[in-house]
Design a protein around this ligand. Structure first.
Ligand SMILES: [Zn+2]
Length: 239
């Protein structure tokens, strides 16, 4: 094979290698994002339970205030009862006392119910907090792992870029810019093999004339259908 197509095949292979790191980098980013998502979800759940605990605590304290007010009311009614003379007044006062006692009973029941609920919520909160600690530890592990993996990838990529740079200097600038132009739309399929007399970029059969030119491979041959640069694989093995 002549130097021209061979050089492009090699260059295209380096470009493929450089691009092959992209999914790895994306995977790392996804892993980090997923772990952050879990942490965010846990934090959201913690915040939700915390605010519900706080709400219950506010209700408990307002019931406590109510109880102390009712207790004061009952005490003053006890004093009043000593000054009362008529039965009608006595009945009215006793009715008020009954209502106050009922309210106190209800408030106490509510305090018990809310306290029990908060006890359970606090248990859940404790579990969630320890879960969060674990998630954060895991995340810092993932992060430091990702950093070292990214460093390794960047190092390999830098090496490939250097090789690419050295190779592209030796390639005819016209051919290079021709390749770059195809690469802009064809990406990593800018240079494709011909298999069963078909272009492996667009999968359309090429005519005999083009096919024989590719086999000769003395010049750059492009697919008449899609414009990608073609080569015969067996020739590479020989080269
Ligand atoms: Zn084609």
């Amino acid at each position: 094979m002549s130097k021209k197509p061979q050089e492009l095949i090699e260059l295209s292979s380096i470009d493929k290698d450089i691009d092959s790191y992209t999914p790895q980098l994306e995977l790392l980013e996804k892993k980090i994002a997923r772990s952050q998502e879990k942490i965010d979800d846990a934090k959201e759940e913690i915040a939700g339970i915390s605010s519900s605990i706080e709400e219950n605590a506010t209700k408990i304290s307002s019931f406590n205030i109510q109880i102390s007010e009712l207790a004061t009311q009952l005490k003053s009614s006890e004093k009043k009862s000593k000054e009362i003379s008529t039965e009608k007044e006595m009945r009215a006062l006793s009715l008020e006392d009954d209502i106050a006692r009922e309210k106190i009973t209800f408030a106490n029941e509510e305090i018990n119910r809310l306290s029990e609920a908060n006890e359970k919520k606090n248990e859940i909160l404790e579990e969630l907090n320890s879960e969060l600690v674990k998630l954060e530890a895991k995340q810092s592990e993932i992060n430091s792992e990702a950093v070292s993996q990214k460093e390794a990838i960047e190092k390999s990529k830098a090496e490939l870029f250097a090789t690419r740079e050295a190779k592209s200097i030796s390639i005819d600038q016209k051919i290079l810019s021709f390749y770059e132009k195809i690469r802009r739309w064809a990406g990593n399929t800018a240079v494709v093999p011909v298999r069963k007399q078909a272009c492996y970029g667009c999968y359309i059969k090429i005519n005999d004339k083009t096919y024989s030119e590719v086999i000769k491979s003395s010049e750059i041959v492009t697919c008449p259908h899609c414009g990608r640069i073609l080569y015969i694989e067996s020739e590479i093995a020989e080269a």
